[in-house]
Ligand binder design. Structure first.
Ligand code: BGC
Length: 390
């Protein structure tokens, strides 16, 4: 136990050194976003309380390579930090790398982890189909692989998948829109609302699951004319946004306003990501529509800027994915692979990567809006009030 506490202090110390030295932590440029300057002391203190340090490190220290996609969105910074802290507390050595949304860079980072003889790889891919070569190398070298949040496609080299219920994320967004706009009643009354879609990256399997969840709820209303999409773009292929780019969402929203909604009469911007919501808001705010006139805007990830926007009624909802829980589930998978344990799995049917159906743990996503963010996010210790509003 003492050894673990020592590790924890070391981690916190290392983070502080690293983060004060790394201005590269840039954060998404949300409508009310500040520069992301790394995790606060409070957050690390909270984290240290959550780490299960009951297991003693065993034998020779094993190495885990953690490959994350980008630092441009808060969630991945939290994900990386949580996994690293939890693994180090258990006595593993961790090589955590971020790839700036550059596929070649991610491949070379993973290759270097393989050369350095890591025992296990945890990978949140940028493009889920472009790692097959490097994953074959990992398999050849006998290195176990866990797909983190995003499924690794077209490979037999992946053992487990830790993620959120991605279809449920879409269903929750769709249901929020249906409830808020009272679409069932509108349908009965022959009333209609305009809607446009801003969907996730085509190289991310999660984006398709999310789209399917949204459409399961909203398609009937598009069919009966309760929802009118003036651009006519409702298919995934027409609405997906490569690499989840906030800037592209802003460009698309500007074009949509100019072409179809010059009077500002877009009722719903169905967005799959907080970053898109910031882009939509920027596009909207440049138009000088009357104060308070804006579409209902959705998001995903419960990033701090999104919560501020929700609190200020600039945006309506987001989806909270507790990265602490996901990191814990992932760590149990690492332990299972490296110490012959049994990880907790709750889905063995949904996530087929074109080669195999990967045993998965799906964490539960939660809707956040102006009514519940304090209870759930602050009350649940995910953020402090100061982190959100100071
Ligand atoms: C994740 C989302 C995230 C998106 C953009 C997806 O793979 O599941 O939580 O919003 O990537 O980073």
């Amino acid at each position: 136990m003492k050894k673990c506490a020592f590790f924890l202090i070391l981690i916190i110390f290392a983070y502080n050194i690293c983060l004060t030295g790394c201005s590269v932590f840039s954060g998404s440029s949300g409508s009310s976003t500040d520069e992301w300057n790394g995790p606060d002391e409070d957050y690390l203190a909270q984290l240290s309380e959550q780490v299960d340090d009951t297991a003693e490190p065993q034998g020779e220290q094993k190495r885990v390579g953690v490959a994350m996609p980008t630092k441009t969105s808060e969630r991945w910074i939290n994900d990386g930090m949580n996994i690293k802290a939890k693994l180090e507390t258990l006595g593993y050595e961790v090589d955590l790398q971020y790839a700036d949304d550059d596929i070649d860079l991610q491949v070379s980072q993973i290759e270097s982890m393989i050369r350095n003889e890591v025992n296990c790889l945890v990978i949140a891919s940028i493009d889920s189909t472009r790692l097959t070569g490097v994953l074959a190398q990992a398999r050849e070298a006998g290195i176990a692989v866990i797909a983190y949040d995003r499924l690794l496609m077209d490979t037999d080299a992946v053992s487990y998948y830790a993620t959120f219920d991605n279809k449920a994320v879409g269903t929750l967004i769709g249901t929020y829109i249906a409830d808020k706009m009272k679409l069932a009643e509108a349908s009965q009354a022959g009333k209609s609302y305009t809607i446009e879609f801003f969907m996730g990256s085509p190289d991310d399997n999660n984006a398709v699951f999310l789209y399917n969840g949204i459409m399961e709820v909203l398609k009937p209303y598009l069919k009966d004319g309760t929802l009118v999409c003036r651009s006519g773009k409702t298919d995934f292929d027409e609405t997906c946004i490569l690499r989840w780019s906030e800037d592209t969402a802003e460009e698309i929203c500007t074009e949509l306003i100019n072409e179809y909604y010059p009077e500002g009469d877009l009722d719903i911007a169905c967005s799959a990501f907080d970053g898109f919501a910031y882009g939509i808001l920027k596009a909207w705010n440049k138009q000088h529509f009357p104060e308070g006139k804006r579409p209902l805007i959705t998001g995903q990830d419960a990033e701090k800027p999104a919560i501020r926007d929700i609190a200020e009624h600039k945006m309506d909802m987001t989806i909270y994915k507790d990265t602490r829980v996901l990191a814990s589930k992932c760590v149990t998978m690492v332990q299972a692979l490296l110490e012959n344990g049994e990880p907790e799995i709750n889905d063995t049917t949904q996530y087929n990567n074109n080669v195999l159906t990967v045993p998965s743990y799906l964490c539960e996503p939660v809707v956040i809006d102006a009514d519940n963010f304090e209870d759930i996010l602050i009350g649940g210790g995910y953020y402090t009030k100061e982190q959100l509003f100071d």
